[in-house]
Ligand binder design. Sequence first.
Ligand code: PNS
Length: 166
Amino acid sequence: MTTAICPGSFDPVTNGHLDIITRAAGIFDEVIVAVGNNPDKKTLFTIEERVALLKKVIDDTGLKNVRVDYFEGLQVNYARAQKAQVIVKGLRALSDFEYEFQMALTNKKLAPELETMFMMTEHKYAFLSSSLVKQIVLFGGNPEGLIPPVVFESLQAKMAEVRERV
Ligand code: PNS
């Protein structure tokens, strides 16, 4: 049985993430979408909100071999605890490469038995990021085709909440 984890911040999940998760689900017996916190990033959604949103979105895909979870600490420790063999990451343009390369090599040093595998993003999502989607929604643009409708609704609600606080 091959288990892969797809770690990320997913703040929030986009169609680009979903594309990678769906393709990974076609290759591995089990895929665990693992929501973590990047200590260098401040997130809009809490980890509980990101997990809940991902669960809804994955449920809607009907993928039976994908589950959503969260982790604290190092992703390699989480992968080991789940008995995963592979870490799957999506790669967009050149901009992702240096960061992902550094992370993959660091993870290899920490856990040599784990492999990191990269999938090139679908070209239609090559420009897409959670940060850009947040800006589109914040300034009233239309993110159709970039995020699932349920994510759009949550983003609109969250933006209203944030606006009320300032
Ligand atoms: O690609 P992302 O969304 O920035 O990834 C975020 C996340 C949470 C998956 C990543 O930052 C992470 O795993 N952080 C936990 C610490 C860790 O294991 N870092 C990588 C090796 S040092």
